[in-house]
Design a protein. Structure first.
Length: 466
């Protein structure tokens, strides 16, 4: 029978005052008649609720077990892995027998174990991370306006795509999310390990205005929040944030609670989009896809863009109860843009040229019958400035959707027949058509070995002036 409170006891006594016999009250409540009469006598002596309360024992909280055995029980209960109460009871009984002490009962041992601090038991048996997840207070910061804080992170998608060689690989996804509206500002999907270049491409798309009118999120954020990945701590990203006046903040190492909003979006993609695509990899399959992959990286990119722009950004969020794109544009603010557009050049990939030596500079130019190496700087004249190597930056996302970007420039071979007079080119002199031109270029169809070096020219390729 459950213990009754003072109010419940008083209600039973008032029924007896109304003329209900004790036997009927006993049948309805299950309380014996002797107990009811004892409550009635105590209430008549002291007509207050305090008289109906259960008296406390004078030795409450005092154990008859020896203090040394209590410490043994507590020490055994904090061991890793967590022992059972039966094991602790057997060990304590053996120790008590060796010390000639009274062995505690099993109930006493369980009471001592239950009286330990839950935080202390979690810290001792499961470590710091489990204690932090269960007992540490987490401050969840919410932005008060759009573009106040952006979050950026990577994830490995649970889907397989086909690369250029037809081999199935798992792509990565980088997301830039606005903390206030939960809108996706930019993304990039790629094959290979996450790098600073992929993060830079996602940020470049997030900052610039999109060609799609249904994707209004743009501008520079005040704070960029990320983890301690090597691409997020790179000097390249720090330089861009310094030039564009963005505060770069990294989360605590081993504490993923601060990135819960962007992890929530990854869960949405994993549960709502990827299961409907060919090559889906469910959890628990050890990376094995259940359907054969059929999508390329470009097709997956287009599917992700449609899902983000047409579906996710335009449906009400479960926490804000507003569509992310509508919540971002509701305040009517003007996004902050960089003072100098060239500040965002570091967010693009460099694919040719640069301060370092260009790989195309080592490829020679073959002039028939002389082979010349391309110089580092070509002078166009005495007063002209030397030609400097240029650095070009392009967005691989746009190039991938149009033309493939060459990884290197093919070796250039130019065969030129120099014509200076009829004696130097008997073939053209016999023809008599182009001898008037002092220097004409004609592609040579024969191998350069069949045209020996003229006697009046030495190996350096310069004519003798006599």
């Amino acid at each position: 029978m459950a213990q009754k409170t003072a109010e419940m006891k008083l209600a039973l006594l008032r029924r007896h005052d109304d003329g209900v016999p004790w036997t009927r009250i006993t049948a309805d409540s299950g309380v014996p008649v002797r107990t009811l009469t004892r409550w009635a006598s105590r209430y008549r002596a002291d007509p207050s609720s305090r008289a109906l309360e259960r008296p406390r024992r004078g030795d409450r909280g005092i154990r008859r077990i020896a203090p040394g055995l209590v410490e043994v029980v507590e020490a055994l209960a904090l061991r890793r892995p967590e022992p059972t109460a039966a094991f602790i009871h057997r060990r304590v009984c053996d120790i008590a027998h060796d010390r000639a002490l009274a062995a505690p009962s099993y109930t006493t041992v369980r009471t001592i174990i239950a009286g330990l601090d839950p935080g202390l038991r979690t810290l001792a048996q499961h470590g710091d991370a489990a204690y932090r997840d269960r007992f540490e207070l987490v401050f969840r910061r919410n932005a008060s306006r759009p573009n106040e804080q952006w979050q950026v992170d990577h994830t490995l998608l649970d889907v397989a795509v086909l690369d250029k060689t037809g081999i199935s690989v798992r792509p990565w996804l980088t997301i830039v999310l606005d903390d206030y509206s939960r809108a996706i500002a930019g993304y990039t999907v790629f094959i290979g390990a996450p790098t600073a270049e992929q993060t830079a491409l996602a940020l470049h798309q997030a900052v610039n205005r999109k060609a799609n009118s249904g994707w209004p999120v743009c501008g520079l954020p005040d704070v960029l929040y990320s983890d301690h990945g090597s691409d997020f701590t790179s000097a390249r990203l720090e330089r861009v944030c310094l030039d564009t006046h963005i505060q770069l903040i990294h989360s605590r190492v081993g504490v993923p609670q601060g990135r819960g909003k962007i992890e929530r979006f990854y869960g949405t993609v994993t549960t709502e989009l990827l299961p409907h695509l060919p090559g889906h990899i469910p959890h628990g399959t050890n990376g094995t896809f259940i359907t054969p992959p059929a999508l390329t990286l470009r097709q997956l990119d287009e599917i992700l863009e449609r899902f983000i722009v047409d579906d996710y950004n335009h449906r009400p969020h479960s926490e804000t109860h507003e569509a992310p794109s509508m919540r971002w544009a509701a305040s009517g603010f003007i996004p902050r843009s960089p003072a100098h557009p060239e500040d965002l050049d570091l967010l693009l990939l460099t694919y040719c040229g640069g301060n370092q030596e260009s790989p195309t500079r080592r490829h020679p130019v073959r002039l028939h019958p002389v082979r010349l190496n391309r110089p580092r700087r070509l002078r166009r004249g005495a007063g002209d400035r030397p030609l400097q190597p240029t650095r070009r930056r392009r967005d691989p996302r746009l190039l991938r959707r149009r033309l493939p970007l060459p990884s290197h420039r093919p070796r250039t071979r130019i065969r030129v027949r120099l014509v200076i007079g009829a004696a130097r080119c008997p073939r053209q002199a016999a023809a008599g058509a182009k001898t008037a031109a002092p220097a004409a270029a004609e592609p040579c169809r024969r191998s350069p070995r069949r045209h020996p070096l003229p006697a009046h020219r030495h190996r350096g390729g310069r004519s003798r002036r006599g």
